[in-house]
Design a protein around this ligand. Structure first.
Ligand code: PXG
Length: 460
């Protein structure tokens, strides 16, 4: 392996220095320091190599973001060319630049026609921060300044900054560092866990009607928007019942509440459609984007606005008092442009929809449909979730489902596959360039990890 000089240190060396200087996300740092993190040093296609030379099939596209996989020379070339040409300039004080303009032209050619404008950010969290300010500003401009409240969902995830985590519904995040005012939550449409005796369709409608109840409780004249992921990602890759989104859309329209889709995970081909709201068949007013926009090669996110919102802001809004130094960063924009071109021109999104997506879904059902440990399989395109269950008839989950799923993830690493665990669900979201053979390997190694877990749980 031909590695840069700084990558030739010993694993323990890196681990010691890592422990000395880092606080990692979402982990008990003391426990991690004792164990030592894996040190990833190289990526090519769907594969990663660690500092011990062990190879992994990355079943999670990094953190749901490397749509094109690792090592794409066209993306690195686009970044290098842009750095040579114009490494940095901004969109402040009456300036702009070609990279960001060309990116936006391509982006809107891929989006449904009623979206027209975008505000770029560096991340998904920032996109959702901007969302709150933009939605509130919109209502000010159209003469309803009291419409301020954002409604999100328990167990939703919209990022880690203060306002983004407030929109999200991870209570353990709210407890660390507080909340912001004018945010409310409704339940998540997670039928397997919370559906009880209701059919999925009944439960989906019931969850959607909670939005109506919450709007009436708060007063429709005070509610600015409802934000949700089309399917929950970090919360466990949870697909709502089919009855859910049409009812949510009806309620938002009826009470003039903006429907804000967080497409940070679902966007850019993940479900086989360019955007996940298209898969579920609803029409949001705003889209938060990030991750797959650049295939993760550089940080970039954004908030996409419908014509209705953009027109009000542009025609009647005056100065929009917001801006980030790196909004529309030229190098990130050049990489995003090359990335979207590849996803379109190489027919990758089409391939996920027509070939590899259906292939993965049928493979998951074939392999896990009758597995004693798996109570539900959800997914679309190159997304899959396996719900662990103790008793299929009653949908009773294991008391220690979190530990079992984490153990399964660890078995996966041992087998050379990276899958993610959330509560009692195992999640996969491989790069969109995955071949059928790579999907075979992903599911095969996942099955070994699930079987090993089933043995500990007394299910095999
Ligand atoms: N919205 C959604 C739906 C996300 O999944 C964000 C916003 C925030 O994006 P940034 O770029 O600020 O991280 C996310 C991020 C996981 C995991 O383990 C998921 C995310 C981040 C880290 C871990 O599933 N999603």
């Amino acid at each position: 392996m031909n590695l840069p000089a700084q990558l030739n240190r010993r694993t323990e060396d890196y681990q010691r220095a890592d422990a000395a200087h880092h606080i990692h996300g979402f982990v008990d740092q003391k426990a991690l320091n004792a164990e030592g993190p894996r040190v990833m040093v190289r990526g090519e296609g769907l594969y990663l190599w660690d500092s011990e030379g062990k190879r992994y099939l990355d079943g999670m596209s990094g953190l749901w973001c490397t749509q094109l996989g690792y090592g794409r020379r066209d993306l690195t070339a686009a970044a290098a060319a842009q750095m040579d040409q114009l490494a940095y300039y901004n969109m402040f004080f009456h300036t702009t630049h070609p990279a960001v303009i060309e990116l936006s032209e391509l982006l809107f050619s891929l989006l449904p026609g009623h979206y027209s404008h975008v505000i770029y950010t560096n991340s998904g969290s920032e996109a959702n921060e901007v969302l709150i300010r933009t939605v509130r500003r919109y209502w000010q401009v159209v003469g309803q300044p009291q419409k301020k409240i954002m409604i999100g969902r328990w167990n939703g995830y919209h990022g880690s900054t203060l306002a983004a985590s407030a929109l999200g519904g991870m209570k353990f995040m709210h407890e660390m560092g507080g909340m912001i005012p004018d945010v409310a939550h409704i339940d998540e449409p997670y039928w397997y866990a919370h559906g009880g005796e209701l059919t999925p369709a009944e439960f989906g409608r019931r969850c959607a009607l909670q939005l109506e109840e919450k709007i009436l409780e708060l007063g429709a004249e005070n509610v600015a928007g409802f934000i949700a992921e089309p399917f929950q990602g970090a919360g466990g890759m949870i697909f709502p019942p089919e009855s859910y989104w049409p009812e949510i859309q009806r309620i938002c329209r009826q009470y003039d509440v903006l429907l804000c889709a967080d497409e940070v995970i679902g966007g850019f081909g993940r479900t086989g459609e360019w955007f996940a709201h298209q898969h579920f068949g609803f029409e949001p007013d705003t889209l938060s984007i990030a991750k797959g926009l650049t295939s993760g090669y550089l940080p970039m996110g954004g908030l996409v606005l419908s014509e209705r919102i953009a027109e009000a802001l542009v025609e009647q809004g005056g100065v929009f008092a917001h801006g980030l130094t790196y909004s529309g960063h030229p190098v990130a924009a050049a990489v995003a442009l090359a990335n979207l071109k590849a996803l379109r021109d190489e027919g990758i999104v089409r391939q996920v929809k027509n070939d590899t997506g259906p292939y993965l879904q049928s493979l998951l059902h074939e392999v896990f449909g009758n597995h004693p440990m798996v109570g539900e399989i959800q997914g679309a395109g190159l997304l899959g979730a396996l719900q662990f269950v103790e008793d299929k008839a009653t949908r009773k989950r294991f008391d220690n489902e979190n530990d079992l799923a984490w153990q399964c993830r660890t078995f996966g690493f041992e087998e050379g596959v990276i899958i993610r665990s959330t509560l009692g669900r195992m999640i996969m979201a491989p790069a969109l360039v995955a071949t059928r053979a790579e999907l075979d390997e992903l599911v095969d190694k996942t099955r070994i990890a699930v079987d090993r877990t089933a043995r500990i749980a007394g299910k095999l």
